[in-house]
Ligand binder design. Sequence first.
Ligand code: ADP
Ligand code: MG
Length: 268
Amino acid sequence: MSGDGVVFSLKDVGFSYPSGEKALEGVNLTIRRGEKVALLGANGSGKSTLLKLLNGLLFTKEGTIEALGQALSEKTLANEEFSFAFRRRVGFVFQKADSQLFNSNVWEEIAFGPVQMGWPADKVNRVVDEVITMLNLERFRKRPPFRLSGGEKRLVALASVLSLNPDVLLLDEPTGGLDPRTQRKLIRLIQQLGGAGKSIIITTHDLQIVEEIADRAMVFSEEHRIVADGPPSKVLSDRELLLRVNLIDPQYHEHGHEGGHRHYHSHD
Ligand code: ADP
Ligand code: MG
């Protein structure tokens, strides 16, 4: 990682899909080591696209992206040394866990990254056991990932990323569609990982969890631009902004701070 602690640096980044669909426009941002960033925006605003660019799954010709002090492009990722270091240090959990689960059982799924990295068997075993314990996945060890519930799949996908102990985590809507208990468990885990000093970038349109998981919030407009960037309490208190970017509807009421957390209620 570069000496000044910059994890990602984007200058004038735009992106359009081959179909011509615009997904990002004029994005400038710097993310420093240890930051916990929430990317907020309505459906289709470009959050997932940005995470895929940050993870080197998509590339753009509009603007420049630097990761860990180097240009992030098809060309630099073709360099085995950089690609190896990048894949080892940056972990990505997809919005749809199914797209990243392909092994025949949970143990193998979690061991996949470490095995690919060529770690010795005893280290692989130890690391996989640690992650299984941390995420409470003992009972799923031998189960095929595709036969788990949505929430369980999400946890296994996260486990498969954590087994490489990345410094940077990109999480795409990690709490979306989970039952309250699993959601709570994930939030605690994210807080724990943040406390351990990891840089975390999370997309969400769930405003209620932002202050719990992030120290910085960025808001995408439906025109695919970043229109706010600041402390979550400040960004979330700008009702006019949240309305404009379609993150709340006019019926949405925010209740005061209770126990340090904001509570939102939608009356319909
Ligand atoms: P978000 O994650 O904020 O919901 P996305 O990044 O998924 O937004 O999408 C941004 C825009 O790009 C949307 O208009 C969406 O329809 C479009 N888009 C996303 N994925 C594709 C794709 N594979 N092909 C074409 N257009 C896409
Ligand atoms: Mg998305």
